[in-house]
Design a protein around this ligand. Structure first.
Ligand SMILES: Cc1cc2nc3c(=O)[nH]c(=O)nc-3n(C[C@H](O)[C@H](O)[C@H](O)COP(=O)(O)OP(=O)(O)OC[C@H]3O[C@@H](n4cnc5c(N)ncnc54)[C@H](O)[C@@H]3O)c2cc1C
Length: 380
């Protein structure tokens, strides 16, 4: 049976997240953005309120949410601030490889600590010359006895260098072995030889921590390899197939915030003797925004629902991310336009929403890469 109704439990959790966003995230967002600071207090409080570790199984004291409920909550958190939501999305991304490919022994050893305190996970694939093209990864993992020795530099890593668990994709095969030569490893921030490199100064999404991670002769025991040698690319793609929906959900949150702010402003701002809302050109912009938000949320929920039904369709996850991120970008630009000159000023939330929205079109696969994922699945 198909239903668009939330369960009572989902509605209750949505309301808790909405209240948390209103009380804790919205009042802090502007300062976090200005100072480019991670939302440490917010994360600590989320952990206390049971709003952290969304996709961590209950066995490890996580929330163990299904994908649909996770999407509902991420929309609420991103409504408050996309940069703050980056901590949630970064952890979901960092935890997914071990949830998909880890042995029970690996999960027991690595995941129990996430239930004890609010700590971070990171997903480390991007390098200076390996962005969209993962086959160009050069970080090396050389097998020596019952260890691998990792050397290389990862770029643009959410929670890079501060994560208790970095999932690192490195080359175990020959230099020209492409995607077949990649393997995945679990590495703690405390591993000797692992250090944080350049901390990025971003245009938006500023409350999230993005940095280089440097590996200099980092020794990783064989028991911390995820899956077999050569399975790294598959694990990374299976991870992104699942988590792209989360970026779609965050995009819906950003878009909804921009739309609601613009709607409210358009009711109050009087020009030519009537509220802006009564100008048909403005009313139609708002109508388009409302429509695109519904469509984007529908795609996100459909992708999540298919995953929860055990019939995941990677094409839908890519469509959800593609459509919702473009909708968020367009809606934040149009919503700022409705604010006129005021929208351009830092006193109003619009310029931050617009700066934040741009990253949704870039990370976890650019919009062009989503089209490659979708087209490869509709033409095969
Ligand atoms: C804030 C932020 C957080 C991030 N977090 C993480 C993280 O946690 N972990 C991680 O591993 N990475 C992370 N990244 C990296 C991110 O995933 C990459 O930036 C992204 O995949 C694009 O890679 P690139 O920047 O090297 O761009 P490039 O791959 O160089 O692409 C440049 C342009 O060319 C286009 N392009 C490339 N190839 C093709 C093609 N075949 N066809 C058509 N167009 C193409 C792209 O769409 C893009 O528009 C993050 C990046 C940012 C900015």
């Amino acid at each position: 049976m198909i239903s668009f109704e939330m369960t009572d439990e989902q509605r209750e959790m949505r309301d808790v997240a909405r209240k948390f966003t209103r009380n804790q995230i919205i009042p802090a967002a502007s300062e976090l953005d200005e100072k480019a600071e991670m939302p440490v207090n917010i994360i600590n409080n989320a952990f206390k309120f049971g709003l952290w570790n969304l996709n961590l199984p209950e066995k490890y004291s996580g929330m163990g949410l299904d994908h649909l409920t996770e999407a509902i909550l991420l929309e609420e958190i991103a409504y408050g601030c996309l940069g703050v939501c980056g901590a949630w999305a970064g952890n979901s991304l960092g935890l997914t490889p071990i949830l998909l490919a880890g042995t029970e022994e690996q999960k027991d050893r690595w995941l129990y600590q996430f239930g004890k305190e609010p700590i971070f996970a990171a997903f480390c694939i991007t390098e200076a010359n390996a962005g969209s093209d993962v086959s160009a990864v050069r970080t090396q993992a050389k097998r020596v006895g019952d260890e691998y020795i990792l050397n290389g530099v990862k770029h643009f890593i959410t929670h890079g260098g501060i994560a208790q668990m970095h999932t690192v994709f490195a080359r175990t095969g020959e230099p020209n072995s492409g995607t077949k030569g990649l393997s995945a490893f679990l590495v703690s921030k405390d591993a000797p030889g692992l250090s944080m490199g350049k901390l990025e100064n971003k245009m938006g999404d500023r409350a999230s921590h993005i940095s280089e991670v440097i590996f200099e002769d980092v020794h990783v025991p064989v028991r911390d390899r995820l899956g077999n040698e050569g399975q790294g690319f598959k694990i990374s793609m299976q991870t992104l197939d699942r988590t792209r929906m989360c970026i779609g959900a965050a995009a819906v949150g950003v878009a909804r915030r921009a739309y609601e702010e613009a709607l409210e402003y358009s009711k109050q701002r009087i020009q030519f003797g009537k509220p802006l809302f009564k100008q048909q050109a403005i009313a139609f912009m708002l109508a388009d925004m409302a429509t695109e938000i519904e469509a984007a949320r529908g795609l996100v929920w459909h992708a999540a629902w298919r995953m929860d039904s055990g019939d995941a369709d990677p094409k839908l996850g890519a469509m959800a991310k593609l459509y919702a991120a473009d909708a968020a970008m367009k809606i934040t630009v149009d919503a700022l336009q409705i604010f006129g000159g005021y929208g351009y000023m830092k006193e109003y939330p619009m310029e931050k929403l617009m700066r934040d929205a741009k990253i949704l079109q870039i990370y976890e696969g650019t919009q062009q890469i989503q089209r490659i994922v979708i087209s490869s699945r509709i033409t095969n």
